[in-house]
Design a protein around this ligand. Structure first.
Ligand SMILES: *Cc1c(COP(=O)(O)O)cnc(C)c1O
Length: 360
């Protein structure tokens, strides 16, 4: 069997929930499990933490139905609401909650014949300028919904999203917070504003419900920091093995484009892990990889199924030796920096062909 695997540590996942509870002890916790739980497996993650969270957040109906079919009973929130009114019967059937962010959704919702109310989250745009109504629009929409015979019975809550909370210096977070809670106060409804960065760095954003995503998986939302430094434990370890070790002479080049040239006689290892597994193709020569627990540099280009590594500091390394691409001994935050991206993207890109192996 191909040795590439993503080890998913469910004990670390549960420990991260406890850590989130210490940051936000009196809030309800909505675990964000969109994008297949950031690549960790949505059903596996939801089942492991259902008893210690208050709700789940996903990005579409398919993800929510997958959770319901797996027996998940806690509330599930569709972060983008519905895309077309033909989804409404399923939303009612699976008793999902929806985010409303555009007049189109309001119109369709008010027009629909609903057998029972759907719990709603009104999304207000406090400065992110992506989804949501202006604070003034929210006032009007709220009254309209409240006076509807069926929808008026639903729970209606307020949410917004932070644009710059991962930067401690940015004044925008406090502006957004101020706008958000001023509106919430006038409507007298429950609130949700904080993502992982808000939870860790900005306690004034916490409100009634917090929405941790990346920190659930043991990763820091702040650039230049690691999950470990936030008291979190990495949940995923991306692993493989050496499938070849060969020696080359000075001047010989390694891989596509012949971009890396051997300066001396040296051993080169090939690892079964490439961009078709989700390893970033833009990881440059020098990106660290652990072979037998020791750091060695990646050399040459990342191929579809393989990468090559410099084994000069590991002359004893052999076929079958374990290789770690990221995990608790090699922070994914560091690999993301090398590859010019963020850990979120690396996690979401781990491909289905990489076997997920759980540690319970
Ligand atoms: C993805 C998402 C989150 C989680 O963000 P993290 O930075 O991963 O904690 C929270 N709220 C909304 C609306 C999101 O889309």
């Amino acid at each position: 069997m191909r040795p590439s695997q993503a080890i998913i540590d469910l004990t670390a996942l549960r420990a991260n929930i406890q850590q989130i509870r210490t940051y936000a002890s009196s809030q309800h916790l909505m675990a964000v499990v969109k994008a297949d739980a950031y690549g960790h497996g949505i059903v596996r993650v939801a089942q492991a933490i259902e008893s210690c969270v208050d709700a789940f957040a996903v990005s579409c109906l398919d993800e929510a139905v997958k959770l319901r079919e797996a027996g998940i009973q806690k509330p599930i929130i569709l972060l983008e609401g519905f895309f077309h009114p033909d989804e409404l019967p399923f939303i009612v059937e699976h008793h999902l909650q929806i985010v409303l962010h555009t007049p189109f959704q309001i119109e369709q919702l008010l027009k629909a014949t609903l057998p029972k109310p759907i719990d709603l989250w009104l999304k207000v745009d406090t400065g992110m300028h992506r989804l949501g109504f202006s604070p003034e629009e929210v006032q009007t929409i709220y009254s309209k919904l409240r006076s509807h015979p069926v929808i008026g019975q639903a729970i209606i809550r307020l949410m917004s999203h932070l644009a710059c909370a991962d930067d401690y210096q940015d004044p925008k977070t406090l502006q957004q917070t101020e706008r958000f809670f001023t509106l919430a106060k006038s409507l007298k409804i429950e609130t949700s504003l904080a993502n992982s960065a808000g939870i860790i760095g900005w306690s004034q954003t916490h409100g009634h419900w917090v929405r941790p995503g990346i920190m659930l998986y043991g990763v820091s939302p702040f650039s230049g920091r690691t999950g470990i430094e936030e008291g979190l434990q990495p949940v995923m370890q991306l692993k493989s093995a050496l499938i070849s070790v060969k020696h080359y002479s000075p001047g010989e080049t390694i891989g596509y484009g012949a971009t890396w040239c051997c300066p001396e006689n040296m051993p080169v290892g090939v690892v079964a892990m490439g961009y078709a597994d989700g390893y970033p193709r833009h990881a440059p020569a020098g990106t660290p990889v652990l072979v037998n627990g020791q750091r060695v540099p990646l050399i040459g280009r990342v191929s579809m199924d393989m990468i090559t590594v410099d084994l000069r500091t590991q002359p004893e390394a052999r076929i079958g030796d374990p290789v770690i691409l990221w995990g608790k001994d090699l922070p994914i935050e560091e690999i993301a920096t090398w590859a010019g991206t963020i850990p979120y993207e690396l996690l979401c890109h781990v491909c289905p062909r990489v076997r997920r192996v759980e540690i319970i």
